[in-house]
Design a protein. Sequence first.
Length: 230
Amino acid sequence: MIVAELEIFHSRPIAPTRRIALGQRNLPIDPAPGAGGLLLAGIVGEMAPEVQPDLREHLYLLLEDVAAGKRIPQPRVRHRFQTDTVGLLRSSHRLVAEEGGLAFEFEGDRGLPVQHALGALYAAGQLPPEVRDAIFETLRVALVWGQPIDDRFISTIMGGRANSLADLRAWNDPVAWALETLGLEPGYSRRTVLKRYRTLLRDAHPDHGAEEHEAAARIAELGQARDLLL
């Protein structure tokens, strides 16, 4: 299942005129940085190590200008950002949920790494101003990450949560996640939350047959859900 997606149009690597544009975007950002911010950070983190060192410095300068909402004279970082996609190649990057986990699907072999990183930066700059600080903070981390874009990267961007669709849902809508975790409906009372928490806590205890490792994770999950609702 696709949870975030970005299309980037770009000139051919050997083309004398270097151009980029944005296509379809599915970038959920509520609450920021959201799945959309995670995808943009993943693109930057994946592409940045392959960008020439001098251009990486220019990418950072561009990032700060876009984050500040400044007008960006064109071209920047040797590429012109435009709206017209005619004559450009299309690449699509996705964040997907598969087998309970989250994974990136990068389509970066048709263009230069710097083109994809630029596309992610410009896409971030077109998101609502109220989420800009959170989005660009993740991009700063991604730009200097320099390591595999794996579960640890996702956990870092998500503020310590693990690499799973459940964690992403908890991040996007914590109250709905807490209700689902405790098996409650909206309109709950404090007494109902505590009663349900105690029942599930008892069931999750190793004395009732649960594996010790699984029990610890389940008990921690129940405690987080209880605290959110209280």
